[in-house]
Design a binder for this molecule. Structure first.
Ligand SMILES: [Zn+2]
Ligand SMILES: [Zn+2]
Ligand SMILES: [Zn+2]
Length: 255
């Protein structure tokens, strides 16, 4: 139920990248970015998505600010994407999401290195304390029902949506993962709304996040699986009729 950092697994899969491309993987899933209603990207819809804040799966024991610090510069990595990848054969992985965070400083990006990336896996059994065991209703969305959210279990950083253990010293209501994001939010507008009496302190400008999209995946259309054109099929049929195969199949063979 807890978050497991899979940095070492990631490393391994990068090392195995070549053999995987040489035929170990039968099917490749391609991801496409699409705009969608924001409720489809909430945790209880188990989304695959890019940008915005993470839609956490397990809503507690989230990666800490330390887990999310860029290995190169120690600044917080920002949520890049998450992929819903359930593994239903295993009870514990009925729901499974992989989360990828990246440092936004281009200087931390080095060729063939992934020190500027942080990858986490979260998984839950079908019966769990956060979500219904029935699939979410995609057609009848009830906007009055609040979404289960990690914010119900701990304070989250107003800027990036990861655990926010630090509070604004003035209003004590805005929370942040660290000094860096507090400074960003202060400049982005918190200084104007920092008021212990007002609920609005929990709003952030969020300009440091990546734009948010749904990530829709489809199996790659490999050339040998593609539909043949009618012309191609007719040509093959004509060749088939001429061949011995056709003769053999149209005759009865006496005993
Ligand atoms: Zn960095
Ligand atoms: Zn933050
Ligand atoms: Zn404040």
């Amino acid at each position: 139920m807890c978050m497991v950092q899979v940095g070492s697994t990631l490393k391994q899969s990068f090392q195995n990248y070549q053999p995987i491309m040489n035929g170990m993987v039968k099917e490749v899933e391609l991801g496409f970015l699409e705009e969608t209603e924001s409720w489809r990207l909430e945790s209880d819809y188990f989304p695959s998505k890019v940008g915005g804040k993470p839609a956490w799966l397990a809503l507690e024991n989230l990666p800490s600010a330390d887990d999310l610090a860029c290995t190169v510069c120690r600044k917080p990595c920002i949520f890049l994407l998450q992929v819903y990848a359930p593994f239903e054969e295993k009870v514990q992985c009925f729901h499974r999401i992989l989360f990828v965070f990246v440092c936004k400083d281009p200087k931390c990006c080095k060729q063939n290195k992934f020190d500027n990336f942080k990858v986490f896996r979260s998984q839950l059994p079908r019966e769990n304390k956060y979500y219904s065991s029935e699939a979410p209703d995609q057609d009848n969305f009830d906007s009055t029902k609040p979404h289960p959210s990690a914010a119900q279990y701990q304070d989250l950083c107003l800027v990036c949506g990861t655990p926010g253990a630090k509070q604004c010293g003035k209003c004590h209501r805005a929370t942040y993962c660290g000094k860096g994001h507090q400074t960003i939010d202060w400049k982005a507008g918190h200084k104007k709304i920092c008021n212990p009496e007002e609920e609005s302190v929990k709003i952030s400008a969020n300009s440091s996040l990546f734009p948010q999209y749904e990530l829709v995946t489809e199996p790659e259309d490999l050339p040998d699986k593609q539909e043949k054109s009618d012309e191609q099929k007719m040509k093959e049929y004509a060749e088939f009729l001429k061949s011995d195969q056709a003769e053999g199949s149209s005759k009865y063979h006496g005993q």
